[in-house]
Design a protein around this ligand. Structure first.
Ligand code: BDR
Ligand code: CA
Length: 349
């Protein structure tokens, strides 16, 4: 069993990561925190609670509000991809004022709530929980995680691994060379990369292979139907949850088509973080030195992955070591089996 804290900025693909974190049998979700990113921190916070409710998470799993801006750079959001509130176009998600959604929110305070939530979960799981370590998963800008490791360095011993969706090996999506999550707060990402604990990066090179094709969408809508004929109509959603998810994927697909020209469907970036925690055997990874370009004129926010080992490194995960596992490929078929299985589990609640 993997004990997981999820820090996220929902976001359509973050929503799918939340669903996997709630429903994967190999994962015990301890809590969720939210960060600025795809939308404002207020929006990502209520979106995360709406998702927890919709995906039938136990009520004790709360959303702790985190940082509403990067460490030093101006805030940026991504309405072109995720709509103004971060979950544009999604039909059937309960609104933020629903009783069950409110029950899943920690009273709004300062970003300290996120750090306190993480600290409590790690201390309880590590010290009081027969020494179980926690996997810290990040699917948004890494501001909260950087603050956490800076404020609570003693709790690193209770962390098994940091897993983050972000960066790319020679590829960007919000500049020629930078990926959105890292570009939002490059200094935070570098702080996390320097921490002497294992890290795994799930970059764009791999997330761009996890495409929700028409065939996957058809199975999502109606698991028992025969494959929709090419050009023919998709089946009707068999449950309200499946309808909701299909509108989520539909909006994301339109964004990816108009912005990046993805014609086969949208990539489920963030869901891969939880899939990696639950079933690491679906990924192949190699260990490299990874740094973030903090000052490049054209390349700020780029993840610089030293694949030829130019930099002399020790065996540590810290600032002088080969500090990060980098995912290089994914078993796409098995990933979507897991994804569809989690939807079925959610439907059965
Ligand atoms: C990342 O940025 C956001 O658009 C997604 O939620 C994902 O975390 C992909 O670059
Ligand atoms: Ca995200």
């Amino acid at each position: 069993m993997k004990y997981v804290w999820l820090d996220c900025d929902p976001g359509h693909d973050d929503a799918t990561a939340i669903m996997l974190a709630v429903q994967c049998p190999q994962v015990k979700l301890l809590g969720v925190s939210t960060v600025h990113g795809n939308a404002s921190a207020d929006n990502t916070n209520s979106n995360a609670a709406r998702c927890l409710y919709a995906f039938a998470a136990p009520e004790h799993i709360r959303v702790c509000p985190g940082a509403n801006k990067p460490l030093i750079r101006p805030e940026r959001h991504d309405p072109e991809i995720h709509g103004l509130d971060g979950l544009g176009g999604v039909e059937g998600l309960p609104p933020a004022d629903t009783e069950g959604v409110q029950a899943r929110l920690v009273a709004h305070g300062t970003p300290v709530r996120a750090l306190e939530g993480m600290a409590k979960a790690i201390s309880e799981t590590w010290n009081n929980g027969q020494g179980n370590k926690v996997t810290m998963v990040s699917s948004g800008p890494m501001t909260n995680i950087a603050l956490f490791v800076s404020v609570y360095p003693d709790l690193l011993e209770g962390i098994e691994e940091f897993v983050f969706m972000g960066g790319g090996v020679g590829v960007g999506n919000r500049s020629a060379s930078a990926e959105f999550n890292i570009l939002c707060d490059p200094e935070a990402a570098q702080i996390v990369l320097d921490v002497p604990t294992k890290k795994t990066m799930i970059p764009l090179n791999v997330t761009h292979t996890a495409i929700v094709t028409r065939s996957i969408l058809s199975q999502l809508l109606a698991p028992d139907s025969s494959p929709a004929p090419i050009g023919g109509p998709l089946p009707k959603a068999t449950t309200p949850l499946r309808h909701m998810l299909s509108t989520l994927i539909g909006f994301f697909a339109d964004s990816y088509k108009s912005t990046f020209g993805f014609i086969d469907g949208p990539p489920l970036h963030d869901a891969l973080t939880i899939a990696y925690v639950a079933q690491p055997e679906l990924f192949s990874c190699r260990r490299f030195r990874v740094d973030v370009e903090l000052s490049g004129t054209h390349t700020a926010g780029e993840t610089v992955v030293d694949i030829w080992s130019y930099r002399a490194c020790d065996e540590s995960w810290g600032r002088n070591g080969k500090n990060c596992m980098v995912a290089e490929s994914l078993n796409v078929e098995k990933f979507f089996e897991l994804f569809l299985d989690c939807i079925a589990r959610c439907d059965a609640v």
